[in-house]
Design a protein. Structure first.
Length: 485
């Protein structure tokens, strides 16, 4: 990998703590491997609580000066960082594909998507407006000012090694916070490359640290128990989100949570069927089904069920599995053996209860963690796929008859992140959009993520929003000034 990069220094094997690159020295290390080939890319130091505490102290030391700068000043550095991410997008994409497995074109898309959050929040840094309130008594003047929350810690998953961090560090730095990141152990290299570019963009030391660690629970405890950390922002499973919320309760820490989903994708009789198939392809199989907004349950109205299943199967046949670095590959491997086991379990459970495998259904002949993109027909609500997030390339097709029933089924889950539906009748479009208990609804589209819109979930899918003008609010405190004149 190193020799293929235009700038080989972007491949880092040290952690970035308080503005210093800290190598393994005599510390323990862990391997970062390529999931498509199984080979070790680099070995990074395995940091623990002591190093994390050091990064947190450095963050605190740097934060006050950063917060005291003008928004415009902070914006200029973020903007320079964005520009460097875009200039180095090919290298960043190659590092991402190597550690995570998604095809190079998709990885490049993620880098540009991640960079767009840095750009957006660079712009927003200048627009953190306060408020004046007409006084409640003749001599009173009431003002609300906005201030950064302080030191922010983040824990992120492997499925978007760049963008999940960019969506958090962008608004945090724009608001005047300092940021300590713990990327997933599977994918720390994209985070380290981002830190290197931030350093080159002139970000002062200490404001952005990256802890490489294989003991996430330990780091999570330090984040929650260290009184200097005022906020934790997490993207990952609902199970781990609950643990962190419990831990953070001790010091009533601010929390942002982007948790699991169980997205319904509904195709009504009056839908444009080709558009629905295209939407399902992107929503279901993007990132090999490994996103929290991937369609998890596909409900198709009886009148178009067979036609939809047939058209979807034809499109699935066009997918090409392989090493993300090879031309023409549309789909990489799954991240791990565990991921493959979950997919197999969901398929076996559905088949045992009467579902049919329309296409795929088994590990790919490529071996490793490659799995054939799968469609299941005749799926019912008794099957595991109805309630659990598969996080893999399985499209379970449920048949439904009427609108009220499908909405009830769609909402019958603890999750409330993304949902999708395809329909043309305008009254139905409004009715369904308002009835779905989700933070996000894709209407006649399978792709909804953008830095300009608020991303986030309701119910047990999360707390807070990322992106849009609202995204910076999660990193800001309001302070009320009551002045007697
Ligand atoms: P995923 O299925 O995406 O790996 P997880 O919620 O297990 O979802 O992991 C998301 C992130 O949370 C990863 O960086 C992982 O290392 C971290 N993590 C897992 N368990 C804990 C924990 N108990 N405390 C803190 N972080 C954790």
């Amino acid at each position: 990998l190193k020799t293929s990069l235009k700038d080989p220094t972007l491949l880092c094997d040290a952690a970035y703590l308080g503005g210093d690159w800290v190598g393994a020295d005599s510390r323990a290390t862990f391997d970062v491997t390529n999931p498509a080939r199984g080979d070790v890319i680099v070995t990074v130091p395995d940091m623990g609580r002591a190093e994390t505490a050091r990064a947190i102290d450095a963050a605190k030391a740097a934060q006050a000066d950063w917060a005291a700068r003008t928004g415009k000043d902070r914006a200029a550095i973020l903007r320079a960082w964005h520009d460097l991410m875009v200039e180095n997008a090919d290298d960043l994409a190659a590092i991402l594909t190597a550690e995570m497995g998604k095809p190079l074109a998709e990885a490049k898309g993620e880098i540009l998507y991640g960079a767009s959050f840095i750009e957006w929040f660079a712009e927003e840094a200048k627009r953190v407006y306060g408020e004046t309130i007409p006084g409640h008594q003749p001599d009173k003047r009431l003002i609300v000012i906005k201030q950064p929350v302080g030191v922010v810690a983040s824990i992120t998953p492997w499925n978007f090694p760049n963008a999940m961090i960019a969506r958090k560090v962008g608004p945090a730095l724009a608001a005047g916070c300092a940021f300590v990141a713990k990327p997933a152990a599977e994918t720390p290299l994209s985070a380290l490359a981002m830190a290197l570019l931030a350093e080159r963009a002139g970000l002062p030391k200490g404001l952005f640290s990256v802890i490489t660690s294989s003991s996430s629970a330990e780091i999570g405890k330090e984040f929650c128990e260290n009184p200097t950390v005022r906020k934790l922002t997490f993207t990952g499973s609902t199970e781990v989100g609950r643990i962190l919320l419990r831990q953070g309760a001790e010091q009533v820490m601010k929390m942002s949570m982007e948790l699991g989903g169980n997205a319904p994708f509904i195709v009504f009789d009056d839908a444009d069927l080709d558009a629905a198939v295209e939407g399902a392809m992107i929503s279901k199989y993007r990132n090999n089904g490994q996103t929290c907004v991937c369609a998890n349950r596909i409900y198709v109205q009886a009148g178009v069920y067979d036609a939809f299943a047939e058209k979807l199967a034809a499109k699935v046949q066009e997918m090409t599995l392989g090493d993300g670095f090879e031309d023409g590959v549309t789909t990489g491997p799954l991240i791990s053996r565990d991921a493959v086991e979950k997919v197999e379990e969901h398929i076996a459970d559905a088949v045992s209860k009467g579902a049919k495998v329309a296409t795929g259904g088994k590990p790919s002949a490529l071996g490793g963690t490659f799995f054939e993109p799968t469609i299941l027909t005749g799926v019912t609500r008794e099957m595991q796929v109805a309630t659990d997030e598969t996080f893999g390339p399985v499209a379970p097709l449920f048949r439904f008859e009427d609108e009220a029933d499908v909405i009830a089924q769609a909402n019958d889950t603890i999750f409330g992140l993304a949902s999708y539906f395809f329909a043309r009748d305008l009254s139905r479009v409004w009715r369904v959009a308002e009835a779905l208990e989700y933070g996000m609804v894709g209407i006649n589209t399978g792709l909804i993520s953008t830095e300009v819109a608020p991303f986030g979930g309701v119910k047990q899918s999360g707390l807070g929003r990322e992106g849009s003008r609202h995204g910076i609010e999660d990193y800001i405190e309001m302070k009320y000034l009551c002045m007697s004149v």
